[in-house]
Design a protein around this ligand. Structure first.
Ligand code: BDR
Ligand code: CA
Length: 317
């Protein structure tokens, strides 16, 4: 059985790895992609997405461009320091790309879900602007998807843009609050697990010895790993982040601890702005069912997924 997936990216470096994994994995049926602002501005996210799909021979995957900034307006902040000015670690290329779809990301999400009721996993790995906008246009989406597997948030781990907030949630906390409130099954791949699954220098060498896709990935990881060296880990290595949400949806991740608990997003503009507040008070008694809870929070997963992802990418043409 393959997993039908629509992947929504703000295509920077770790998004690129997630796209390659989703596009190449035999258990994933990548039905489409949408792009969103976040790591970079949305036209650049779209270009990078189209380029990466081309690199892995997946020009059959339709891509629709989405939101250029937060749901309720306001300032759009980008993360060029993390992902490079081109969103590809300052090591991308200028190979021409095909055009994106003429429809909006919101329409693409709705059409894709409605074409396969009950089967599609939405996998947003950037700010949740497109998903919240689609929900506003089509409030029946929660009963029509298989689920939403998102990269974002932090429960027991610290934040990465503030003491408590993770970037994807913080960038558009209003959108995130709407997405977490909606009654669909959510898998939250947050910093609790994504900071613990890292790409090492050995992984990068393995990618560099691969085909076009692996070599491209190895090249764009350099700057990203330097950012993580200087700001988190002390030595060159980098967090995989977005691929974990893809693998969780596809069932290719070995999940060791993931309670289903209530989660809400702080969008109040105070010091907790962008925090995902998960009710983990039941941790001492094995997390019995919580009324109304529909969010599976990944707290412990097997890091062998990093080796598996690298092997898949390195083996590609
Ligand atoms: C998230 O923010 C972005 O920089 C990454 O692509 C990832 O989706 C990590 O906080
Ligand atoms: Ca991302």
């Amino acid at each position: 059985m393959t997993t039908k997936m629509l992947l929504d990216c703000d295509t920077g470096v770790d998004d690129t790895m997630a796209i390659m994994y989703a596009a190449l994995h035999p258990d994933i049926d990548l039905l489409g992609m949408t792009t969103v602002w976040g790591n970079v501005d949305v036209p650049l996210a779209t270009r990078n997405t189209l380029r990466v799909l081309d690199l892995v021979g997946r020009n059959d995957v339709p891509v629709a461009q989405g939101a250029a900034g937060p749901l309720t307006g306001g300032h759009a902040d980008f993360a060029y320091a993390v992902h490079g000015r081109d969103g590809q670690g300052n090591a991308g290329d200028d190979v021409p790309v095909r055009a994106a779809e003429s429809k909006t990301a919101v329409q693409h999400i709705i059409d894709t879900v409605r074409a396969h009721p009950g089967e599609v996993w939405l996998v947003p790995v950037g700010p949740l602007t497109n998903i919240a906008a689609a929900l506003a246009v089509d409030p029946e989406l929660p009963s029509l998807v298989a689920g939403v597997s998102l990269m974002g948030g932090a429960t027991m781990a610290p934040g990465n843009v503030s003491a408590v907030a993770e970037a994807n949630i913080w960038h558009d906390a209003e959108a995130a609050a709407a997405v977490f409130r909606a009654p669909w099954p959510i898998i939250m791949a947050g910093l609790d697990v994504t900071m613990r699954i890292v790409i090492t220098p050995e992984h990068r060498e393995q990618l560099a010895a691969g085909g076009d896709a692996g070599r491209y990935m190895a090249r764009i990881l350099q700057h990203y790993g330097e950012f993580y060296r200087d700001n988190a880990f002390g030595t060159w290595s980098c967090a995989m982040h977005d691929t974990i949400a893809v693998a969780a949806a596809a069932g290719t991740l070995d999940v060791r601890l993931a309670p289903v608990v209530n989660v809400e997003v702080d969008s109040t503009g105070g010091p907790g702005h962008g925090q995902t507040i998960a009710d983990l008070r039941d941790m001492y008694r094995g997390y019995p069912p919580q009324e109304g809870a529909h969010c599976t929070v990944l707290l412990d997963v097997d890091d062998v997924i990093a080796d598996e992802v690298v092997a898949l990418l390195a083996a590609a043409k």
